[in-house]
Write a protein that binds this ligand. Structure first.
Ligand code: 5GP
Ligand code: ZN
Length: 115
């Protein structure tokens, strides 16, 4: 399934739910996390509805590579120069709450709210 009408992040991709967007291209959107754990906390979300890393296949290699490369550019554009952390939660035991694959990128001066 490429989109799920009941999925929160598919609704954000479609513009049905607002988000503070920082990037959009043909494959990915990025927006600020609604409950940031760091001064800058963004989520990179593929437009394709993949539930989690457990859905990922070899055909998604370029998409995931694009997200990683894009993440560095976005953090630089957001003025984060001192470093940042990537987090990608997968499944129940991985602490994933939203069932649409997303990459957290957190940075900015410490201390952070968590971690
Ligand atoms: P997970 O635990 O699934 O890896 O992370 C889900 C993240 O999505 C959480 O950090 C949470 O704050 C964020 N989030 C949940 N709902 C919304 C929303 O409606 N808008 C935005 N911008 N972030 C959300
Ligand atoms: Zn979705």
């Amino acid at each position: 399934m490429s989109t799920d009408p009941h999925c929160l992040f598919c609704k954000i991709v479609a513009g049905q739910i607002p988000a503070q967007r920082v990037h959009e291209d043909d494959r990915v959107i990025a927006f600020h996390d609604i409950h940031p754990s760091a001064p800058v906390h963004i989520l990179l979300v593929p437009k394709l509805h993949l539930v989690s890393m457990m859905d990922v296949q070899p055909e998604h290699q370029a998409l995931l590579g694009h997200m990683m490369v894009l993440s560095a550019r976005l953090m630089r554009d957001l003025g984060v120069t001192g470093g940042y952390r990537h987090v990608l939660n997968t499944g129940k035991d991985g602490g994933q709450e939203v069932q649409h694959l997303h990459l957290h990128v957190m940075g900015g001066p410490r201390p952070w709210a968590k971690g």
